[in-house]
Design a protein around this ligand. Structure first.
Ligand code: G1P
Length: 270
């Protein structure tokens, strides 16, 4: 059984500057809760209740957020009913997503594990969570599973893009943010992954990739040349809080769906 989730939240948030000068992007609100709250909830609802959040410089607010607070009892509806065991580690230097995952090695301790990006939130279309869908595939294949979504061809340069056999669901190639002209497909990595511990061997040998960062997609590309790596189209909607535009769009959609506050939005729609 997979019980451990790793949540990388160490990125600099440069695309939000100056909004993220003093506050991590993972603490930006989606209506009445910060983004990281939804990510931890997604993990817990998926049965992952041992969580490691990888933070870095300027991210203390995330650690403080998960402290128990004297007001939790009183305002329990707005907070988490069950706070899982959450561990934190600081990435020393912002060398990229792949480098941050290396910090999880002691925590995962030879167990296979899930990775959920700290700036990506899901709304499931099924009874269970989006991550549960990936976990089911992992239990079926007993191998690494990567969450995927089809994106418009002109947007492939924002994502890790894979080639996948549509019969076996086996991934044969993964490229980080390719040009639309030479992208292998429009199947994008959504930012939810179930890894076997084999990934660490490839993280250790990784060189700097796209944008001079260590790219997790490059490690997946090496992994799939040696082991079977499966793609799994997610069953639900993904909200990427990666840029101001995407955050505002997500915020409005969450507001629209919120029983308590959606009336505020209605005031502005004529
Ligand atoms: C990261 C990954 C990329 C993935 C994306 C999903 O990119 O490197 O492969 O498709 O998350 O949001 P980032 O958004 O951090 O640039």
């Amino acid at each position: 059984m997979i019980r451990k989730a790793v949540i990388p939240a160490a990125g600099l948030g440069t695309r939000f500057y100056p909004l993220t000068r003093a506050q991590p992007k993972e603490m930006l609100p989606l209506v009445d809760k910060p983004v990281i709250h939804y990510v931890v909830e997604e993990a817990v609802k998926s049965g992952l209740d041992e969580i490691l959040i990888i933070v870095g410089a300027g991210k203390d607010a995330i650690i403080n957020y998960f402290d128990r607070h004297i007001l939790d009892e009183k305002y329990t509806d707005n907070y988490m009913k069950h706070i899982p065991d959450i561990y934190f580690i600081r990435q020393k230097k912002q060398l990229g997503l792949a480098d941050s995952i290396k910090y999880a090695k002691n925590f995962t301790n030879r167990e296979d594990f899930a990775v959920l990006l700290g700036d990506t939130v899901y709304r499931s279309e099924a009874d269970s969570t989006v991550t549960s869908g990936l976990l089911n595939d992992y239990y079926k294949y007993k191998s690494t599973v990567i969450g995927l979504e089809r994106v418009k061809k002109n947007l492939v340069n924002h994502y890790g893009i894979v080639s996948m056999n549509s019969v076996t669901n086996i991934i044969s190639n993964a490229v980080e943010k390719p040009n639309p002209t030479n992208a292998p497909s429009n199947l994008a990595i959504t930012g939810s992954y179930i890894f076997t511990e084999d990934i660490y061997g490839f993280l250790d040998t990784l060189k700097l990739g796209k944008n001079n960062e260590m790219q997790l997609t490059d490690a997946i590309n090496m992994l799939c040349k040696t082991y079977d790596v499966y793609g799994s189209i997610i069953k639900g909607k993904r909200y990427d809080i990666g840029t101001v535009d995407l955050w505002l769009e997500s915020f409005l959609q969450f507001l629209d769906n919120n029983d308590k506050y959606s009336h505020i939005l209605r005031k502005y729609i004529r």
